[in-house]
Design a protein around this ligand. Structure first.
Ligand code: FAD
Length: 352
């Protein structure tokens, strides 16, 4: 159940910088839309593996009804391009094979995209609302004198988009009259397009070979885990400040995650207290998840936490405080001491 206020508020926002109403919106036949609309989906890849958010960007592009091109760049890109070409409904994959784009540095990537967008004459450019998309898209939009629309959860028509604001407590309907609409999409709102029966053509894109002297990739420190990826897992168990310490977080939460085959998440209080890695934070300033099952353990249910998990299909909560706000959004709640209840649950799940 969502707080009543969240559903009640809906605003139509017309960003002041927008202009150039297109003729596309007055024509509705599929054939006309296909002629007038063309979307470029930015396909994010890391070491040859496509990010699921990119496949969600293709799903969003399909909802527009026009032609769809995918764009991918990096070294040895042919296998990723071939994989992307198999997504049904994609007309063309534009690929640029260069190590300069491996790390997705926006200083390098933005001029690359600008050149290819200008050549393709697209009406829409769509990326996942991932760290990569958030870093890149405003820069590209600004270079083309357009306004970017972030984190959309629905497409009403080719110029009207829905996005949560105020940590998900209000839903804004945003209308854009920019000639090119730059949007990032919330992955949990658009299912990933399947890689299967498509047969898109693959074309080499323009490589402007921008001067990369201002930015240099130094290193990265990645948290590695054998558990499911938090952003896309179908089950997530999250721990909060109620876990009391990192040792207890690991002792209580990890066996529960293993028993359920779940990804581990955490509240910001748990992250800030050093119980869990920053990459596990769920919420307004962390990851937004919408798994089949979200279990909140020792989490009070602050509004900023709810912003990252309230669209989960089933929410279960364990908390010793019967008045904790998490119970207002939970489908299943257990009032009790997590240090008793979670090990008991884990043991029963292990026997199931
Ligand atoms: P608490 O609020 O301290 O709750 C701990 C809970 O554990 C309590 O309900 C308590 O009853 C329960 N408990 C304690 N002991 C036990 C026990 N033995 N058994 C069972 N239950 C027990 N927070 C996020 O999570 N994600 C965000 O992205 C985020 N972004 C933020 C952005 C901004 C700008 C701001 C201002 C805040 C943000 N926060 C975010 C912080 C948020 O407001 C809360 O402070 C935070 O979510 C609280 O975490 P918690 O529920 O783990 O801790």
């Amino acid at each position: 159940m969502l707080p009543a206020g969240r559903r009640a508020f809906s605003a139509l926002v017309r960003p002041s910088l927008l202009r150039d109403t297109t003729a596309a919106t007055t024509l509705r036949s599929p054939a006309a839309l296909r002629r007038l609309l063309s979307a470029l989906a930015i396909l994010e890849q890391r070491e040859g593996k496509l990010n699921t958010g990119s496949l969600s960007a293709i799903t969003a592009a399909k909802q527009l009804g026009g032609t769809i091109h995918g764009f991918v760049a990096g070294s040895n890109i042919s296998a990723v391009a071939a994989e992307s070409a198999k997504v049904a409904g994609v007309d063309k994959i534009i690929a640029v094979d260069s190590a300069a784009y491996d790390k997705g540095l926006p200083e390098n990537y933005a001029p690359l995209l600008v050149a290819n967008i200008k050549k393709g004459g697209y009406t829409h450019v769509i990326a996942g609302h991932t760290a990569f998309g958030k870093n890149l898209m405003p820069r590209v939009a600004a270079l083309l004198d357009s306004q970017q629309i972030s984190d959309i959860t629905a497409i009403q028509d080719d110029k009207t988009f829905v996005r949560p604001i105020y940590a998900g407590n209000a839903i804004a309907t945003v209308e854009s009259s920019d000639a090119i609409k730059f949007i990032t999409i919330r992955g949990t709102a658009f299912p990933a397009a399947a890689i299967g029966s498509g047969a898109a053509t693959i074309e080499e894109g323009i490589d402007p070979k921008a001067d990369t002297a201002t930015t240099e990739w130094v290193s990265e420190d990645l948290a590695k885990s054998d558990r499911p990826d938090l952003a896309t897992a179908s089950r997530v168990v999250s721990g909060g400040r109620g876990l009391k310490s990192k040792e207890e977080f690991d002792r209580v939460m990890l066996p529960l995650a293993d028993a359920l085959g779940a990804a581990v998440g955490a509240s910001r209080a748990a992250v800030d207290s050093g119980y869990a890695d920053n990459s596990l934070q769920v919420g307004q300033t962390g990851k937004v998840v919408a798994p089949q099952l979200y279990m909140a353990v020792g989490i009070s249910g602050a509004i900023q936490h709810l912003a990252g998990m309230k669209d989960s299909k089933v929410i279960a909560a364990i908390n010793k405080d019967a008045d904790a706000p998490i119970f207002q959004v939970a489908d299943v709640g257990l009032v009790g001491d997590l240090f008793d209840k979670v090990p008991e649950l884990t043991e029963k799940l292990g026997k199931a």
